[in-house]
Write a protein that binds this ligand. Structure first.
Ligand SMILES: NC(=O)c1ccc[n+]([C@@H]2O[C@H](COP(=O)([O-])OP(=O)(O)OC[C@H]3O[C@@H](n4cnc5c(N)ncnc54)[C@H](OP(=O)(O)O)[C@@H]3O)[C@@H](O)[C@H]2O)c1
Length: 259
């Protein structure tokens, strides 16, 4: 059985990605922290799509957690053909006012665990005729974003790392894609502490279903970058066309300085 391994599939975009794979009769492996949500998601996906689902409840922001995921896969003999690095979160607020432990935790999850999982899973992905890596970045990755400075920079890392990895693996059996969603209705805003901006964000938000559908189609079409939604796509193109200082002033206005 070939599995899609998805980090952060207990809710939001990750869970919708799991449904997209399951619809295509691909078995799924989940990793996230909340065991209750993972168990409920497993039951729902099995009932709806009749595929195999297994999960590991684990905090991926803990150093060494990628190795635990790899050990779990090896021990159970799961054949992974798709790796989706989706688990991630943001923290809203000025760097100076945010405890460094919180920023470090976010950077560990958004960048280090993602990189380690790619590194550890490439030998496994190599064993199959056709394999995929889908790394989840953000439209925030394409410019600096005051009040989301560390989050935006961590997602820039994901974009550049994924582009580099794609080139390195070009011509092999592994296709590498970066997904950069814009505002999407999930738990993201609440976890980032951005509730004050929720009404504004909801006006522009896509559903996680729409994002997941576009992402999986793009991944199977071997796209390098998938930016779901026309407005999001345009906003990223503008970051290449307009002066960075102007783009970053606009970004600062959108996210408004934390009081
Ligand atoms: N929503 C947006 O507007 C938006 C925009 C651009 C990019 N993104 C990116 O999309 C990805 C998915 O986010 P989302 O919007 O779906 O947010 P979400 O609803 O908060 O889902 C995040 C997922 O990641 C898991 N996760 C968080 N911290 C974890 C940890 N320490 N260890 C293991 N799993 C962890 C969560 O599960 P547990 O809580 O159970 O651990 C959950 O399944 C993230 O990388 C995010 O940066 C989101």
């Amino acid at each position: 059985m070939a599995f899609a391994l998805i980090t952060g599939a207990s809710g939001g975009i990750g869970l919708c990605l799991a449904h997209e794979f399951a619809k295509r009769k691909i078995d799924v492996l989940f990793v996230a922290r909340s065991e209750k949500n993972l168990a409920a998601a497993k039951k729902d996906i099995i009932e709806k799509h009749k595929v195999k689902v297994e999960f590991l409840s684990l905090d991926l922001s803990v150093p060494g957690s990628a190795k635990l995921v790899h050990d779990w896969i090896m021990k159970n003999g799961f054949d992974v053909t798709i790796l989706v690095n989706n688990a991630g979160y943001g923290i809203w607020g000025n760097v100076e006012k945010t405890p460094i432990a919180q920023l470090s935790n976010m950077m560990q999850l958004n960048m280090i665990t993602l990189t380690e999982l790619c590194h550890m899973m490439i030998p496994e992905l190599r064993k199959h005729p056709e394999s995929y890596i889908l790394n989840v970045a953000s439209t925030a990755a394409y410019q600096a974003v005051p009040t989301l400075a560390t989050y935006a920079a961590s997602k820039s890392f994901v974009v550049l790392f994924t582009r580099g990895l794609r080139k390195e693996l070009m011509g092999t059996n592994i296709s590498v894609t970066c997904l950069s969603p814009g505002a999407t209705s999930t738990n993201f805003i609440d976890r980032a502490g951005m509730q004050i901006l929720k009404d504004r964000a909801e006006k522009f938000s896509m559903t996680a279903d729409q994002v997941a559908k576009t992402a999986v189609n793009g991944m199977f079409h071997h796209k390098s970058e998938v930016i779901p939604g026309f407005t999001n796509w345009i906003s990223v193109q503008l970051t290449y066309l307009l002066p960075k200082a102007l783009i970053e002033t606009i970004a600062a206005g959108l996210y408004k300085t934390n009081p």
